[in-house]
Every structure is written in C-alpha cells, then in structure tokens.
Design a protein around this ligand. Structure first.
Ligand code: 6PG
Length: 459
C-alpha cells in the first residue's frame, strides 16, 4: 500500500482528489489558499483529509508515499524545495502539472541524488477530465511507476477495455507528450474557429446555422471532442439572449506549452507550421479588433457561394490530419534525443480517451497507423487521399477565405504544408541556387554525390 499526498487543490488538483477518493484511495491534501480550503471543507469529501501545512502533509502520509503536485509550472521547484527536507529515500514526487519536459529531466536528476523518485506526468482533460477520467502521460522513474501505476490506471479515462494511461520512459517523456498534445490542441482549436468564421462571413450562416452544419460532422469519422464543444460555444447565449461570441474578449490566453512545442520543433529541425500559426495567432490576438481596416474584408457579393457545395467532413479531416501529423512527426523525430524512445502506438492509446484531442478522427488515424506501422509522408498522403478524395474543394474553401480577406492562418498553413511536401515545385532548387550565388555554398546534383559549379562560383 502506498500513501497519497496531494499539494494544490485548484480546479485540477481538487478534481483529481475527488477522482482518487471515488476509487477508494485515501488522499491527504494541502492547499495554501484559505478561500479554496473553506469551499472544499463544505463538500466533506469522504477519504479526503485536509492538512494545514506541508510538514503535516508529509507526517500524515507515511512512507512509502507518493506526493503529487498539482501546481502551476512556475511553482514546482519552490514546492520541491519546501518538502524535500521532510521526505525519505524511496519516496516519490509526481508533478501532474503542465511542466516543461526539460525541467522534469532536471528535477528527476536532482531528486535522484537524494534517492527520491520523480515522475513527470501530463494530465489532460481539464477539471472535468480530472474528475471523471483524464488521459495520463507518464515519464520518469520506472521503479516508482511500477509502485504507483495502478493508481493512475484506475483514475484514467477508458477507451473500451483500454486505459488512456501510458508510461513513456525517461524523465521528461510524459511532459513532452503532453506538450505536443497541447501544441496540436492549439492548431485544431484554431482550425475550427477559422472554419466557423468562413461559414459565417463567406457563406453567410448565422451561429445556429453554423452549428447545424458542424453538427453533421459529429456523425462522421471527422468527429472530435473539440468539434463538439465548438458547436456548443458558438451559439451559446447569456441570460439576455446575446451570443457570448458577440461580446467576449478576443485576446487569447496561453499557458506557454504551445511556445515550448515550437521551441522543441526548432531544436530538432522539424516543421510544424500549423502549430506555429496557431501559437502566433494567440500572440497577435492582442491586436485584434482594431478599426483601421474594418471596411476591407468580407465582401462576398460577387461570389454566389453555396454551403451545400462544401464537404465539411473532408475539410475538417484534412486540417486535423495535417496538424496532428506535424505533432506526431515531432514526437517521432524527438527519438533522436538520446533520452527519448517513443512508441507512437502508445501515444495513440494515451490520447484515445479523456484528453482534449480525443475523437473519431484520431481513432481512424490510429487504426490506419496500426496497418502502416510507420509515420512517414507516404502515410499522410495515403490517409488524406483515402478520406479526402476531393482535395480541390478544400483548396476552394481556403482560397475563398483568402479572396474575401477572412484570416485563415492555420487552414492555409495546413494546405501549404501538404503542397510543399507533395506537389512538384522547384522552391528548394531555387533557394539552393540563391544561396550559392551570394554565399558560394557548394551545390550537389539530385544524386547527392556529384558537384554542380555554376559560373558565379568561380571568383
Ligand atoms: C488539457 C489542456 C490543458 C491546458 C488548458 C489551457 O489537455 O487538458 O491542454 O492542460 O492547460 O487547455 O491551455 P492554454 O491556457 O494554453 O490555452
């Protein structure tokens, strides 16, 4: 039997505590915010024992113990500093927050010196997922994971008989997978937002008509949790019957995981333009709603667009497939770090339920991956060919937005990614020649062996 201590009873921590206690685990918990504590005390959750200090938390959670941290990323080190002196060799600290994987590697190494095990665990699904079954992505001490995995398996989301709970190995691996999950999450969220704005501005659908059109996709293999919530939010109204979308602030928040995903991609030289575009939109959202160009876009009087001419199931699938491929490819390429050794099938299992990315589209891609066994560009091409045979209408949808001045950075990035890889062009050759002209960089023929020496290389 291992004793559970939990630090941080914010919306994630408290719901994890309720999930744990509902599965018959006893949890001793500490939260420093008195207002939160007072609220929680009123709930009288059985088997949840609230303590007044970190010292008491450790005392009341005798070894063998696991201390779970559900805290903002910038509070983890401070908390470890505060509890470390009370802990015994053989104990485990598990960080369940959205931490940077590189920090998890450092924390693992730091705690190893004290013989304390560290687990970096990504938890997805928001507070509702935490309460009812989140997706769990673990990394860190294998010995510790063996001791505590039953706890995480029992609280995780289920996909049939399978738990959406995987251990990925070395110390930063769980948080790395969660990081990429979030980067993809940004791209899919924005693709849906862009699609809905195009339906509105170009195809003149009001919010309830958009919902109707998007709901049809929920019955297909392009369905997803994010699509479902999008159909709920774009038509939601306040008590005065005004759509929230018409008065909510347009400045998009972000917790940093998208930026970290881009940093990882840049470090490894992997292209993730759609994820980048989504993160970049969040940054530029602070400038939205300025009035300089208000009369410029959205003039579709000449276009005669008919929403029945578009196949949304294919448009959604195309965009989701291109974005998720970029994230999965980053995971695959990250195996070049000597501390990672990811098996992509485990990623599909961890993301099969409970998380923000869950959906039918992902099950479809996972099944196709099971057949193909390798995540390469041929796989992406065949996947899209099979599910989106009419790629021209995807191009039309995107070019409509461009023609009318409706911003579509993620939809455009997905299409540009696809075309860069699969269409026959000479962008690479042109740039190599430009480089050679001014930098005298050596050039090779397509056979990768023989040199090419244009006249400008002779000084
Ligand atoms: C999840 C989410 C979650 C994330 C929030 C907010 O998987 O449950 O990814 O971990 O923190 O969605 O993220 P942003 O503030 O960056 O939008």
């Amino acid at each position: 039997m291992i004793n559970i201590g939990l630090i941080g009873l914010g919306s994630m921590g408290y719901n994890l505590a309720r999930n744990l206690t509902s599965k018959d685990f006893k949890v001793c918990a500490y939260e420093k915010n008195i207002t939160i504590i007072k609220k929680i005390e009123q709930d009288k959750v059985p088997s949840l024992f609230l303590v007044k200090s970190l010292k008491q938390l450790i005392n009341d959670t005798p070894s063998p113990r696991i201390i779970m941290l559900s805290l903002p990323a910038n509070k983890i080190d401070e908390c470890i500093d505060d509890i470390i002196e009370f802990m015994n060799p053989g104990d485990t600290i598990a960080d369940l927050g959205n931490s940077l994987y590189l920090k998890s590697i450092d924390r693992y190494n730091r705690l190893l010196k004290k013989n304390i095990s560290f687990l970096g665990i990504g938890v997805s699904g928001g507070p509702r997922g935490a309460r009812n079954g989140p997706a769990i992505m673990a990394g860190g001490s294998e010995v510790a994971w063996k001791k505590v995995s039953h706890i995480f398996h029992s609280i995780s989301a289920k996909n049939g008989e399978q738990n959406a709970c995987c251990y990925f190995g070395s110390s930063g691996s769980g948080h790395f997978i969660k990081l990429i999950h979030n980067g993809i999450e940004y791209a899919l969220m924005e693709a849906l937002a862009e699609i809905s704005i195009i339906l509105n501005k170009a195809y003149k659908l009001n919010s309830s008509e958009q919902v109707k059109k998007l709901r049809e996709v929920l019955d297909t293999t392009s369905s997803s949790f994010l699509l479902e919530i999008t159909t709920k939010v774009i038509d939601a109204k306040n008590e005065n019957n005004i759509n929230f979308i018409d008065f909510v602030d347009s400045h998009i928040g972000q917790n940093g995981t998208g930026v970290w995903t881009i940093n990882a991609a840049l470090d490894l030289g992997v292209s993730i333009p759609s994820i980048y575009s989504a993160v970049s939109t969040r940054s530029s959202s602070q400038y939205f709603n300025y009035n300089i160009g208000e009369n410029l876009p959205y003039n579709n009087t000449k276009n005669n667009l008919n929403v029945n001419d578009i196949n949304l199931e294919e448009i959604v699938f195309f965009n989701f497939a291109c974005s998720i491929f970029q994230g999965l490819n980053l995971i695959k390429e990250s195996n070049r770090y000597d501390f990672f050794d990811f098996n992509l099938q485990d990623v599909f299992i961890a993301w099969s339920a409970g998380c923000i990315l869950q959906g039918e589209y992902l099950k479809y891609i996972s099944n196709e991956f099971n057949i193909n066994k390798d995540l390469n560009y041929k796989f992406l091409y065949e996947l899209i060919n099979k599910k989106c045979p009419n790629i021209d209408q995807i191009r039309d949808f995107c070019s409509t937005s461009i023609k009318l001045g409706i911003p579509s950075p993620v939809l455009s990035a997905n299409l540009a990614y696809y075309d860069l890889v699969f269409s026959n062009h000479k962008i690479g050759e042109t740039i190599q020649l430009q480089r050679s002209y001014f930098g005298l960089h050596p050039l090779k023929q397509k056979n990768d062996k023989d040199a090419v020496k244009p006249y400008w290389t002779k000084l």
